[in-house]
Design a protein around this ligand. Structure first.
Ligand code: MF3
Ligand code: CO
Length: 256
């Protein structure tokens, strides 16, 4: 069942989603060669708690950390640990926060220092695909319109989109109905309605779309071919006026 949100509820989800944006920026300020992903996680967790939030990933189906930190060929769900960040890495940070009972979810892929141009291009196209997908999130469209737009933008740039994982409804809980695949057929899938709040999150591979999940930890999702992947995510509301982005990259990109 797809739970619709009132305008008041959407404002409370926005508060949670903006705290996610601020947390991503705070973590981003600490990303540099030589720090470990566990250190970045501790920065994020402290910031979330200092601001009255609950890091929802921690303990979610046994996930052990506040943030998912996914480096290079890790697509998503990287577990923070003793991995050292180095120059040229692309570092996805994914954060879900409950604030005053409402949930926001957003992710950003950060460059570290001097990057290979081809990796920067992957990141740029993935970010563009997110906004192209968001544009389709208006009443009367269907979920397949979002996925199709994301898929087309990525594939026409020579990339592939992951099939195993999707965006999702969000707001009262981390994962609600419906699933929001990053691929699809226009005009198919659930109808988008005013009051829906969804997380759109393209997971895009430079090489083939095939991924594998770590046998050791059950979480870490890597590309099978070892090539890099990128991931950007926003929480958005479907309103009568069209899509409204509730999370924000402004704290990251405009240093607010
Ligand atoms: N933002 C991710 C998602 O969209 C985080 C969930 S994975 C977790 O589903 F287990 F760490 F929570
Ligand atoms: Co999500």
């Amino acid at each position: 069942m797809i739970l619709l949100k009132t305008k008041e509820e959407i404002e409370l989800i926005r508060d949670a989603a903006l705290l996610v944006g601020k947390t991503l920026a705070e973590v981003g300020r600490h990303i540099r060669p030589g720090v470990t992903t566990a250190y970045l996680d501790s920065i994020g967790e402290q910031f979330i708690r200092d601001n009255g939030g609950i890091p929802l990933c921690k303990g979610y189906e046994g996930f052990p950390a506040a943030l998912c930190i996914s480096v290079n060929d890790v697509v998503v769900h990287g577990i923070p640990g003793d991995l050292f960040i180095k120059e040229g890495d692309n570092v996805s940070v994914d954060c879900v926060i409950e604030l005053n009972g409402y949930v926001g979810d957003s992710a950003y892929t950060f460059p570290v220092g001097e990057m290979k141009p081809e990796v920067l291009r992957l990141m740029k196209v993935t970010r563009e695909a997110l906004y192209i997908g968001i544009d389709k999130a208006k009443p009367g469209n269907r979920i397949g319109d979002i996925g199709h737009a994301i898929q087309m933008h990525c594939e026409k740039n020579g990339y592939s989109v992951v099939r195993e994982l999707c965006g999702h409804g969000v707001g009262f809980k981390m994962h609600e109905s419906p699933n929001i695949p990053n691929y699809g057929v226009p005009g198919t899938g659930p109808l988008l309605k005013e009051g829906m709040v969804i997380a759109i999150e393209p997971m895009v591979c430079m090489g083939s779309k095939n991924v594998k999940f770590s046998q050791q930890d059950g979480w870490t999702c890597r590309t099978k071919d070892g090539k890099p992947a990128a991931h950007f995510e926003h929480t958005i509301a479907v309103t009568a006026e069209g899509p409204e982005i509730l999370s924000s990259f402004d704290y990251i990109e405009n240093n607010n």
